[in-house]
Write a protein that binds this ligand. Structure first.
Ligand SMILES: Cc1cc2nc3c(=O)[nH]c(=O)nc-3n(C[C@H](O)[C@H](O)[C@H](O)COP(=O)(O)OP(=O)(O)OC[C@H]3O[C@@H](n4cnc5c(N)ncnc54)[C@H](O)[C@@H]3O)c2cc1C
Length: 269
């Protein structure tokens, strides 16, 4: 902001304006921002946004459930991660529990559209990814519908994705945590919640300029590890925006790679 930047919160982007095949502006619910460069970092909404631009970005959002336990008297490890369950103590003494990679695939129009690319991933992870329900359709983030630039979009109607946790997933997460650390048996479940993990067919995000809209850089599909790789990914995105030499080779993240068949290129997570 010291350098003249402005921050616009609670302001949805609806689409883009183009001139000569290149981005010339981003249309938002509060007006158009003239720019020749923008970053599309819309998380679970990125794929349906891309669809508005005629870009097919395969993403399946997996609903993962989380559990928080109240503190226990016994001193337990601050963090414990196993293939079965992850347990992390928060600064307030509560414990957050999760099963990495486990969740529900809520069927949506987008999921059906990209199903062939996701079959290998689902086949490999059948023990952890289960069919879900109508949650995904209800939130509308995976709609295939085209929306208008002068009317509220599905993202504006939902605004914050807050899907329901899966009771079976919560029970299993709790059971595994108590098996691993029996002292947690006495802890009360303080709350549960869920979130959508924006997964690509190979578990690697799409980061790069979209050839269909020059100047628009996609940075989405972080597939459940966006916090972990955020610093490096952010550096790369900044390099692409500013035209600096990329901090590392961006080729493996090229969004165009999804044109290829995903058979044999399944994420190991
Ligand atoms: C339950 C759960 C547990 C997780 N655990 C971990 C973990 O342990 N480690 C880890 O590394 N990662 C974890 N992740 C993944 C991590 O949260 C994501 O990878 C990361 O948040 C992705 O960052 P992002 O900026 O790409 O997208 P997001 O954080 O989803 O941000 C996208 C933002 O864009 C906004 N937006 C969307 N569309 C528009 C629009 N049209 N106009 C304006 N704004 C828009 C959204 O409202 C949102 O604020 C977890 C995710 C979940 C759901």
């Amino acid at each position: 902001m010291k350098l003249g930047g402005t921050v616009h919160q609670n302001c949805a982007a609806r689409g883009v304006e183009m001139e000569g095949g290149r981005l010339s502006g981003v249309v938002t619910e509060a007006g158009t921002i003239k720019t020749r460069t923008a970053v599309l970092a819309g998380g679970a909404w990125a794929s349906s946004f891309c669809n508005q631009l005629g870009v097919q970005f395969p993403v399946a959002t997996i609903r993962q459930s989380m559990v928080r336990l109240a503190p226990v008297e016994q001193q337990l490890p601050a963090a414990l991660t196993s293939p079965h369950v992850a347990i992390t103590r928060r600064p307030d003494g509560h414990y957050v529990l999760a099963i990495s990679g486990r969740g529900r695939a809520d069927p949506t129009a987008q999921m059906l559209r990209f199903a062939p690319q996701f079959l290998p991933m689902f086949a490999k992870r059948w023990r952890n990814v289960f069919p879900g329900g109508l949650e995904g359709m209800r939130w509308g983030h995976e709609t295939r519908a085209k929306w208008k630039l002068d009317a509220p979009t599905p993202m504006e109607r939902a605004r914050i994705l807050d899907p329901k946790p899966d009771p079976a997933g919560v029970r299993e997460t709790h059971r595994r945590a108590v098996d691993l650390l029996p002292a947690l048996r006495e802890a009360r479940i303080a709350n549960t919640w869920a979130g959508y993990i924006d997964s690509t067919p190979d578990g690697v995000p799409g980061i790069g300029e979209l050839p269909q809209v020059r100047g628009l850089i996609l940075a989405a599909g972080f597939s459940g590890h966006g916090f972990g790789i955020g610093p490096g990914a952010g550096h790369l995105i900044a390099d692409l925006v500013s035209g600096a030499k990329p901090i590392f080779d961006p080729a493996p993240f090229d969004p165009a790679r999804f044109k290829e068949s995903m058979w044999g290129k399944v994420a190991d997570f």
